[in-house]
Ligand binder design. Structure first.
Ligand code: CA
Length: 238
């Protein structure tokens, strides 16, 4: 298996409306140890992909509400989640269009769960294989490791929820820069439009508490009123 701890099981989201395909695939993928959720429409699938953050999406193209290709373009505007397109359409033009639109791989129906499992593992290996894309961030006394999703502050571990982690990681990647709440909603919450600034405020206040600071007495997280928030090394921006 090599020396790295690559995922052998994954959280998959299967977007497929045909129960005669979906039901046996779900069973077979679960038997292989994957945690699999399913959606039967494009819009349900989009919502689940953004809310649940699966490791991989398996996307049928013929969906009742929207074409799967349309969903792929919407998803790609806001997410880098790996996508395998599952299609009954085996013409080369369609497949090339899907790959160009951001699909990581495709399978032509009918395919077996074993084939899908093998393709899924290959896609996940590729997406996990580049540690350079996810460097450890060190800002002042904060150390943020995106691969293990662990944070320490002055050497002491800080327990964060996944959302708090993503929020801190996003800000720490841009020290000294003001980040707008709109950008945070798009990049951290994956909400492309709408969404409430209040959500950002609430999570920022939880994050501050865990870092032992407050909006009134900030150390790392500085509110820029009416604009957003800026992460600074304490003492660097008096
Ligand atoms: Ca279908």
């Amino acid at each position: 298996m090599g020396g790295t701890s690559l995922p052998t099981v994954a959280r998959l989201l299967l977007i497929e409306d045909d129960l005669t395909i979906r039901t046996p695939l779900l069973r077979a993928l679960r038997e292989r140890g994957h945690a699999v959720a399913a959606a039967s429409t494009a819009l349900d699938g989009l919502r689940d992909a953004l809310d649940d953050r699966p490791d991989l999406v398996v996307l049928d193209l013929g969906l009742p509400d929207l074409d799967g290709g349309e969903l792929l373009r919407m998803l790609r505007a806001v997410s880098t989640v790996p996508v395998i397109v599952a299609t009954a359409r085996d013409d080369e033009g369609e497949i090339v269009r899907m790959l160009d639109a951001g699909a990581d791989d495709y399978l032509v129906k009918p395919f077996t769960a074993a084939q899908l499992d093998a393709r899924a593992r290959a896609v996940l290996r590729r997406s996990a294989a580049d540690p350079a894309t996810d460097p450890v961030l060190v800002v002042g006394g904060l150390r943020i490791d995106p691969r293990s999703r662990q944070v320490t502050l002055d050497g002491a571990p800080v327990e964060l929820t996944p959302r708090e982690f993503d929020l801190l990681h996003h800000l720490a990647g841009r020290p000294g820069q003001v980040v707008t709440k709109r950008e945070l909603l798009t990049e951290v919450w994956r909400i492309p439009y709408g969404g409430a600034d209040k959500t950002v405020d609430v999570h920022l206040s939880w994050l501050r508490r865990k870092l032992g600071e407050s909006a009134q007495e900030p150390r790392y997280l500085h509110t820029v009123r009416g604009v957003g928030v800026r992460l600074d090394v304490p003492g660097s921006n008096p």
